[in-house]
Design a protein around this ligand. Structure first.
Ligand code: URA
Length: 211
């Protein structure tokens, strides 16, 4: 009831003299991701923390429509703290540019936040301790489409062992959030097998139609 209405009725409204307003605002996506980034930076949940230079959380537009997920940081990513900055990263940037996207418009992350020694494949325990972080990123960023680059990212996100060739050309779903998920070649593979770049380009053109 309004204060003036109560006063007209001859009722003196009262309240605590030094009432402190407590506003509990929900943290924004940016704040949530920043706090998760800080948690990840000090993570010691698996042995990879012993050999990393730093964690590699993710980079890009936190409201991106397209989220690209690779395997794990390599040497340069571990040095810079940013995913896909080595030779494979430069090719990934060129692939994005080919469909008129920039690195700044998408969000890029990996299955693992720390570099495995000598770039070996991620181990099962490393993936299971690290993927809750990625899952949080997907949940908060809410991309329209996930793009898994390479067999390892695709296998972990889709919980399958099918070959990359079998996984390409189909719109799958990342089951925990129902986000559509597409699979293409890892840019490091394309550097070794440039003959498949045409197929990667047709994957990207298809992605363009989905966005
Ligand atoms: N390969 C990946 O899968 N991720 C990176 O960040 C770099 C290379």
């Amino acid at each position: 009831m309004s204060k003036t209405y109560l006063e007209r009725l001859g009722i003196t409204p009262w309240c605590y003299k030094n009432k402190i307003e407590t506003i509990t605002a929900k943290p924004s996506v940016e704040q949530s991701l920043q706090s998760l980034r800080e948690t990840v930076a000090t993570c010691t949940a698996c042995a990879l923390h012993e050999t990393r230079t730093q964690t590699v959380f993710g980079v890009g537009n936190e409201q991106a429509k397209l989220m690209i997920i690779g395997e794990a940081p390599g040497f340069y990513e571990d040095q810079r703290g940013e995913p896909f900055v080595g030779r494979a990263g430069q090719l990934l940037t060129a692939m994005l540019n080919a469909i008129h996207l920039t690195r700044e418009e998408v969000y890029i992350a990996n299955i693992l936040k720390c570099r495995p020694p000598n770039n070996r494949d991620p181990q099962v325990n490393e993936v299971s301790t690290c993927t809750p972080y990625l899952h949080q990123q997907i949940t908060w960023i809410k991309p329209k489409l996930l793009l898994a680059v390479g067999r390892i990212a695709a296998h972990h996100l889709l919980q399958t062992k099918l070959s990359l060739e079998r996984l390409r050309n189909t719109v799958h779903a990342y089951v925990p959030t129902g986000t559509p998920l597409f699979v293409t070649y890892h840019p490091a593979y394309l550097l070794r097998s440039p003959v498949d770049k045409n197929k990667a380009y047709s994957d990207l053109r298809f992605i363009q139609t989905l966005l």
